[in-house]
Design a protein around this ligand. Structure first.
Ligand SMILES: [Zn+2]
Length: 210
């Protein structure tokens, strides 16, 4: 429809897949593979494998947020129960802190509370880091990327959050070949998805031939 209306060639990518491409192109161009996990209002994933963006047969590759993490767990908007994004998202962080403190908090409050080490905030983000580490481990076991990049709003929580994820991965990665420092937090702003989508659409023909 976009092509018909504008006369321009359109490419459709989900935002996390676009972010994976942006991260690879801008920060890790020498790597042959990269997994992106974006934690914002939900949990998204994008995979760049063997120097190609993985789109999937239905454009649904790396829908990490919809993997069931807790069978019969929390209700998800998709109709299933226990999906990962019901445990790993900033929406969850907001919901939990608000029910704990009985007040509404902004994103800034959430970040500041965590960075300042306030116990309620740390406890909630630690629980999210634990759940996220399970998905990170699953991604390494499934597709063995050189690096996994955590992006989205959660990256604003600084190195403390990354350390929590790595600490949880310590025991999980010990039986695998990847190391906890193969997991990083994005250094790019939240618009990496837009940048990635633009770069991808510019180079898409070349990518297909390669
Ligand atoms: Zn779901």
């Amino acid at each position: 429809m976009v092509e018909r209306e504008t006369g321009l060639k359109a490419t459709v990518l989900n935002d996390s897949t676009a972010a994976a491409f942006g991260e690879w192109k801008i920060r890790y161009p020498r790597y042959s593979s990269l997994a992106m996990l974006t934690v914002v209002t939900g949990l998204g994933g994008g995979l760049f494998l063997d120097r190609r963006l993985l789109i999937g047969a239905r454009g649904e590759a790396a829908e990490l947020g919809q993997i069931i993490l807790h069978p019969d767990g929390r209700n998800c908007d998709c109709g299933k129960k226990g999906c990962a994004e019901q445990y790993i998202s900033l929406t969850v962080a907001h919901k939990e802190i608000e029910s704990l403190l009985g007040i509404s908090v902004s994103r800034r409050d959430l970040i500041e509370g965590y960075v300042q080490g306030k116990s309620e905030f740390v406890k909630i983000m630690r629980a999210i880091a634990r759940e996220l580490s399970l998905i990170v481990d699953l991604v390494f076991l499934a597709v063995d990327p050189e690096i996994a990049v955590i992006g989205g709003g959660v990256s604003e929580f600084g190195n403390g959050f990354l350390s929590e994820v790595r600490k949880e991965l310590d025991s999980l990665s010990s039986s695998s070949l990847y190391e906890t420092n193969n997991v990083v937090v994005t250094g790019l702003e939240n618009n990496v998805g837009i940048i990635g989508a633009t770069l991808y659409s510019m180079g898409i023909e070349k990518m297909r031939i390669r």
